[in-house]
Write a protein that binds this ligand. Structure first.
Ligand code: EPU
Length: 337
């Protein structure tokens, strides 16, 4: 276990702010996490702690004067295997994209569309990461956790109440359990999902689809649109795509016929926040040192030296303009700390 006071968080989040944690602890095993949870450090910070993954979905408003915890549990084991599928148990601190690469290299299907998403395995199960028509809940068999008193509890995938970028761990069990391992069920025979955007065209340009070519195509699409956090701080999609009523959608569609949409059911339609931001004129615009990315309006970036407050102010102005023009509330996907 590693323990540091007044610890710089610059390498533990992707927005590039020079902020510090009063106390930072990284544990390597489930036993070490149990030890941490029963320690004086944890008792002192019981009401002021933050568990982070790769920090790819966080925006710090300033220094964090509590305890920041991080998992370095990085084991990967095959739990079971049959002719059709394999169950793989992975530690919460395993880098998500390394796991995707491992699956693709072994011919295991199910996560290839989730290539190149920043973050770690533990957060994948909390956040229900998704891209290109796949959500991680599609392949989650179970989630192993410790309650804050150190008691282990395993949730079946169907008990995690997964929704769009949502789970029980973000709602009524928020802050009560810490994910230690995730068990994924991968298929030995791929069922390719290529119907999102121009993915099929890209993949088929390289011949019949394989796990490798899907991974390459997804990575290339993401690289072409999303800024590299090592070059320009950002946290991927800053907002979730809002869901509006069919009635509201029909009235907007009459005025903006080219507005893209995804129908959820008879009553609800999801509209891309990126389109709304672009059509309020914010794409590529800056406010101080914070800006809207010029290739993907859904991403807010730190152009260098921006504070969390500057990014939050930019986000607030965007939300206000979208509400004024479209009467739609958009909500940050990024967690403000
Ligand atoms: N659009 C614009 N202008 C923009 C950006 C997008 O008009 O600047 C329009 C596009 O033309 C398209 C629609 O919005 O018609 C959707 O755009 P895109 O396919 O880029 O996807 P998205 O809705 O912007 C979502 C996820 C991404 C994920 C992609 C692909 C959310 C909040 N974001 O973005 O996830 O990679 O779909 O599946 O659901 C992330 O969560 O960090 C993330 C990057």
């Amino acid at each position: 276990m590693k323990r540091y006071e007044n610890f710089p968080l610059i390498h533990h989040h992707t927005f590039g702010m020079d902020v510090r944690a009063a106390l930072f602890v990284e544990y390597d095993t489930v036993d070490e996490l149990r030890e941490l949870l029963s320690s004086d450090d944890f008792a002192r910070h019981r009401d002021h702690y933050l568990h982070i993954g790769a920090g790819s979905n966080l925006l710090f408003g300033g220094d964090y004067d509590g305890l920041v915890m991080h998992s370095a549990i990085r084991d990967l084991t095959i739990e079971a295997e049959d002719a059709n599928s394999v169950l793989v148990r992975v530690g919460s601190g395993y880098v998500w994209d390394d796991f995707v690469a491992y699956c693709v290299a072994h011919g295991w299907a199910g996560v290839e569309n989730l290539s190149a998403i920043p973050g770690e395995v533990g957060a994948s199960a909390v956040q229900n990461i998704g891209a290109y028509g796949v959500e991680v809940c599609d392949v989650i068999e179970q989630v192993e956790t410790l309650a804050l008193d150190g008691t282990p509890r395993t949730f079946l995938g169907c008990e995690c109440e997964y929704g769009y970028r949502d789970s029980v761990f973000k709602r009524h069990l928020r802050g009560e359990y810490i994910v230690t391992h995730v068990v994924y069920r991968l298929a030995k025979t791929p069922t390719y999902k290529l119907d999102y955007g121009d993915l099929r065209v890209r993949v088929e340009a390289a011949g019949a689809p394989t796990l490798v070519t899907v991974r390459q195509a997804v990575t290339a699409i993401r690289d072409s649109k999303l800024p590299d956090p090592k070059v320009m701080g950002n946290a991927g999609s800053f907002f979730t795509n809002p869901v509006i009523t069919s009635e509201h959608y029909e009235s907007l569609k009459a005025e903006y016929p080219d507005m893209p949409s995804y129908r959820i059911d008879e009553e609800r339609v999801k509209v891309p926040a990126g389109w709304l931001i672009e059509h309020t004129g914010w794409k590529g615009r800056a406010l101080g040192r914070a800006a809207v990315h010029d290739r993907q309006a859904l991403v807010l970036v730190n152009r260098g030296g921006a504070t969390g407050a500057e990014v939050m102010e930019l986000a607030r102005c965007i939300c206000e303009d979208i509400y004024t023009k479209f009467q739609i509330h958009i909500v940050p996907e990024v967690n403000y700390v």
